[in-house]
Design a protein around this ligand. Structure first.
Ligand code: NAP
Length: 481
């Protein structure tokens, strides 16, 4: 029997824990730094936060939820789904809350990991599964004068409990997925919203709709039917996936749709020019929204496109000399996604540090295994992000693969380590394909400072599932069974 430590109790950690328990590996503990489970859905409490992937797909395939209130539900509902799932699967007692992992070291003598926590504790484990997500470290840019700002300055992922912006002048820096949800939610309630845009995003109409009582009753009685909307949503994300992976017709279709949305929703030519994207579509995440442009059209919302010069005690000054008074400043400026696992210090064979191995950019075989780090498997690791499909689909594929790995470890009684040559050729393939992808077309959270794309999977989601479905023992230096 293997003792397993999972680091993080968000969707990834919970997915792999459920799969392991189902496979009979129940000597496991989830170490969670927060005071409750939920990952990004616990952390992101900004007004308007919700899912931008349809819920029938943004849920575990084997645990459909007939009760979603709508196709794109708010964050509270998604968090509730995850908590309910963890509860029903008996996972909550296995979660240790407020347990911040600081490091993990491979002990060659015992063939086990020593996992240390911030409170000075240590847990010995056969297998370690970091499941800390890609979007858990908020980035606040170093703007001149920021420390002098006299009002609250908050990052979207650290929205303080009880902060309301009603009647206040709110400055929002950024126009990514977080900002396009936040701004429409506070426009009209805030006194004035000033949006500081550096790059206009590509958008698409959000095919959202309320789910009625009859639907919930039918799906509640026949949960198997939930496969139908899941299939429908799969088809929709498939087109988006084809578009960003280079399919001409799908790409053109989405561009036409996006342009039509902008043309219909923004009649004012000057405003339209300022919100018209300049980067290739798909190079950053394409954003589903029906409310972004209508919010920007409001008389109490200003779109500022002049670059920020500095933050002043009372607001923001832009390079054109204009002063924009703000009572509250919101940084919707995203996350550090490329420094995987930082600040956890992981030391593998021969004292090798994972951060050192990854100094030129993170890599992992199938996004999960790194040579020199036996019995360590990542959830949502390097090159497994998807901008168009559901990351939970990837989680399930990873969980299935990791269960097979743990089976081999438990059966063989010796560590499992991916072969370096397999890992190298896999990484070369990833980077070759990514070099020809749309994501090279701009700067984004997908890329390191040197331009290497370390977050995204280059193909379609189904390909990832196919390639991870059966673990090949030979990849790990084992003879085929
Ligand atoms: P983001 O996509 O990285 O957007 C950050 C925004 O801040 C960009 O508009 C960026 O401009 C701007 N920015 C950064 N530094 C700046 C500076 N110094 N001055 C001016 N502007 C600056 O971050 P995000 O919106 O938080 O989204 C991150 C990811 O989280 C998304 O791609 C998505 O995967 C996930 N997310 C998902 C949901 C959901 O519904 N499921 C919701 C929110 C977020 P540039 O474009 O010019 O860099």
């Amino acid at each position: 029997m293997a003792r397993i430590v999972i680091v993080g109790a968000g969707f990834g950690g919970i997915a792999v824990a459920a799969a392991l328990v189902r496979a009979g590996f129940d000597d496991l503990v989830l170490l969670e730094k927060g005071d409750r489970i939920g990952g990004v859905w616990r952390d992101n409490t900004y007004p308007g936060c919700g899912c931008d992937i349809p819920a029938p797909l943004y849920s575990y395939s084997f645990a459909p939820n007939p009760l979603w209130s709508r196709r794109f539900p708010p964050r509270r509902e998604i968090l509730g789904y995850l908590q309910d799932f963890a509860d029903r699967w008996g996972l909550l007692p296995r979660v240790r809350l407020n347990a911040r992992v600081t490091g993990a070291g491979w002990d060659e003598a015992t063939g086990r990991w020593r996992v240390s926590t911030a409170d000075g504790g240590e847990i010995v484990a056969d297998v370690v599964i970091p499941a800390v997500g890609q979007l858990s470290s908020p980035v606040v840019p170093a703007l001149r004068g920021a420390e002098r700002f006299e009002g609250p300055a908050v990052h979207t992922a650290r929205w303080p409990e009880g902060l309301t912006v009603d009647g206040l002048n709110v400055g929002v820096i950024g126009t990514g997925a977080s900002a396009i949800q936040l701004v429409p939610a506070i426009a009209g309630r805030a006194g004035r919203v000033t949006v500081f845009q550096r790059t206009p995003p590509w958008t698409l109409p959000k095919p959202d709709r309320r789910y009625g009582r009859a639907r919930k009753a039918i799906y509640g009685r026949f949960p198997g039917l939930t496969r139908l909307p899941r299939l429908g949503m799969w088809g929709m994300t498939w087109v988006a996936g084809r578009a960003v992976t280079g399919h001409r017709v799908a790409g053109t279709l989405l561009r036409v749709l996006s342009n039509a949305q902008r043309n219909v929703q923004v009649r004012d030519r000057a405003l339209r020019a300022r919100v018209t994207p300049v980067e290739p579509m798909g190079c950053k995440r394409v954003l589903f929204t029906n409310a972004w442009y209508p919010a920007l059209r409001r008389p109490d919302v200003d779109l500022v496109t002049a670059p920020i010069d500095e933050v002043t005690p009372a607001g923001v000054r832009t390079s054109d000399g204009a002063e924009h008074p703000c009572d509250v400043l919101v940084y919707a400026t995203g996350f550090d996604a490329v420094d995987f696992l930082v600040p956890i210090r992981i030391t593998g064979r021969d004292g090798r540090e994972l951060s050192g191995e990854w100094r030129d950019g993170a890599f992992a075989y199938l996004g999960m295994a790194v040579p020199g780090f036996p019995n360590l498997f990542l959830m949502y690791g390097p090159n497994t992000n998807t901008g168009n499909s559901s990351v939970i689909y990837f989680h399930e594929a990873q969980a299935r693969h990791i269960v097979q790995a743990v089976r081999l470890i438990a059966a063989g009684g010796r560590p499992l380590e991916v072969r370096r040559d397999r890992s190298d050729s896999y990484d070369a393939e990833m980077q070759r394909r990514l070099a020809a992808s749309v994501w090279t077309g701009c700067r984004s959270w997908y890329r390191t400072a040197t331009g290497r794309i370390v977050t995204n999977w280059p193909g379609m989601a189904a390909e990832y599932r196919r390639r991870t479905r059966r673990l090949r023992p030979a990849d790990y230096g084992r003879s085929p069974e």
